[in-house]
Write a protein that binds this ligand. Structure first.
Ligand code: UDX
Ligand code: UDX
Length: 465
């Protein structure tokens, strides 16, 4: 039996520990966080994050061998294995501002671990970190040289995606464990393998050196984001040429070397990871004097920014070059479906850009309105938040689909059309609607990477998204 601790009860730390506790009843799992409100929510019936299947998994383990607490120091002292899953956002100040990872919480956690440990421990990097962070952590943790207290650092990056976190944790494509090739390092790697072996098949548990493990996480996210930027770049060309991006994606995706996933053209990728991790990769390349490599990856971000502003420009140009004073219903605030998370959501960026055009923006989302209000900051005052999509679209000039919630594809668009100002526009930023049918209902339909379906003459129909 081991005492497992996780510092950071966020989108990564929370679900990961829930699944470990569920499958390892022999171990005691405690999740701590400095945010008392968050811990109280984890202890309640209303969990702090929305994730399909999470409530059920929490019910299995909470109170049995899974506990949530704010008493970080006490639980550090008791732990054998400490996962650190605190936020490692992009630095906003000083050297590397806007690109480098902000490691202050990680280092603070390491120092706290050092201060309260009287026994040897395995410290696991769960947060995504720059390559070679483990080296600094090893140095800090083992600096004091307290007799009989030794720390082994393990890199064990998390690959879960929000919205499918529980499935991803239950049936991971792989679990990656990076460690040192020393007797105690190998022992630490084995301890980690034994934990995951409780539910993950052995052939899916990979071990590497520490640096490969750290870099694999950044690389995986960079590759995934790059596919989205690549298909989005092609979507712009499709709109000019009457090629259809969905047909192109399907045709190339059938090539088994390319594969069909992550080829959905969209308003751009969001979420707390892709942008931050690529910026981190870019910074690392610059640091190691590899400017060409840095510029290559930076282009993935630039293309994503372009896709979002291109979407807004196309809306404005389709709506007779002005949206000032026009009610526009934004369907979706979350950065993707099945999550309430709005961090780096393209929906919020588009919302801000439309506010700058003086549009009257109404935002609707089944799970993300609370977070949207917080993340929009001051701009929230100028937005109407409306949980009912029918009410949001009433008297609107346009609807823009910004999150691929299944609910949005299942609405009664005939009824919605009747209540809108005419001509009525619909901009499908996720390509989830039946465009031909919407056109038949009377909408002017603009989808990403497709020729517009309008009721105007050809001059306008060629200009849109
Ligand atoms: C975070 C990082 O953003 C990501 O890079 C990493 O891979 C995993 O951890 P996420 O779980 O989505 O991802 O972040 P967040 O939901 O912000 O959770 C971090 C938690 O750590 C917060 O609840 C915060 O209160 C807590 N925290 C932060 C501490 O408990 N102590 C600290 O010193 C700092
Ligand atoms: C991502 C990685 O997938 C995950 O492995 C890592 O641990 C964290 O970062 P996440 O950000 O939660 O996960 O969601 P993901 O499903 O990757 O989607 C990211 C963004 O890309 C979303 O905004 C999504 O809508 C968008 N996307 C995804 C597309 O625009 N097109 C696609 O084909 C796929």
């Amino acid at each position: 039996m081991a005492n497992i601790l996780c510092i950071g009860a966020g989108y990564v730390g929370g679900p990961t520990m829930v699944v470990i506790a569920k499958h390892c009843p022999q171990h005691r799992v405690v999740v701590v966080d400095t945010n008392a409100e968050r811990i109280a929510a984890w202890q309640s019936d209303r969990l702090p994050i929305y994730e399909p299947g999470l409530d059920e998994a929490v019910r299995v383990a909470r109170g049995r061998n899974l506990f949530f607490s704010t008493d970080v120091n006490r639980h550090i002292a008791e732990a054998d294995i400490i996962f650190v899953s605190v936020n490692t956002g992009t630095k906003t100040f000083g050297q590397g501002a806007g690109k480098a990872a902000d490691l202050q919480f990680w280092e603070k956690s390491a120092r706290q671990i050092l201060e309260h440990s009287t026994t040897s421990k395995i410290v696991v990097e769960k947060s995504t970190l720059p390559v070679r962070t483990a080296e600094a952590m090893e140095y800090i943790l083992n600096a004091r040289g307290t007799q009989g207290v030794h720390f082994d650092i393990i890199s064990n990056p998390e690959f879960l995606a929000e919205g499918s976190a529980i499935g991803d944790l239950e049936r991971p494509d792989r679990v990656l464990i990076g460690g040192r090739d020393t007797p105690s390092g190998r022992q630490a790697v084995q301890t980690m393998m034994d934990i995951y072996a409780n539910w993950v098949p052995a052939e899916r548990i990979l071990t590497t050196n520490l640096w490969s493990s750290e870099l694999s996480k950044l690389t995986a996210n960079a590759f995934l984001a790059q596919r989205i930027s690549s298909i989005n770049a092609i979507s712009a060309l499709c709109e000019r040429t009457e090629a259809d991006v969905a047909e192109v994606a399907h045709a190339i995706g059938m090539d088994s070397r390319i594969g069909s996933r992550f080829l959905q053209a969209s308003v751009g990728f969001g979420g707390s990871c892709f942008r931050k991790d690529i910026l981190n990769l870019v910074y690392l390349c610059e640091h190691y004097n590899l400017p060409e490599v840095a510029a290559y990856w930076e282009q993935v971000i630039k293309m994503n920014d372009y896709q979002q502003s291109r979407f807004v420009s196309n809306m404005v140009s389709a709506m007779f070059n002005t949206v000032a004073g026009k009610r526009i219903a934004l369907f979706g605030a979350a950065f993707k479906a099945n999550t309430g998370d709005t961090r780096e959501s393209p929906a919020l960026e588009i919302c801000r850009e439309l506010l700058a055009e003086h549009a009257a923006v109404v935002l609707t989302d089944p799970h993300a309105l609370e977070n949207a209000r917080v993340d929009l900051g001051d701009a929230a005052k100028r937005v109407t938040f409306e949980p009912d999509p029918y009410a949001a679209a009433r008297d609107a000039h346009a609807i823009a689909i910004l999150t691929e919630w299944r609910q949005f594809a299942e609405l009664d668009y005939e009824a919605i059309f009747k209540d809108m100002i005419k001509p009525a526009f619909i901009f499908d930023g996720r390509n989830i609607l039946n465009h031909r049918r919407l056109h038949e209902l009377g909408f002017n339909v603009y989808a990403v990477g497709k020729a517009p379906l309008t009721h105007f003459g050809t001059s306008n129909s060629g200009s849109g998204i």
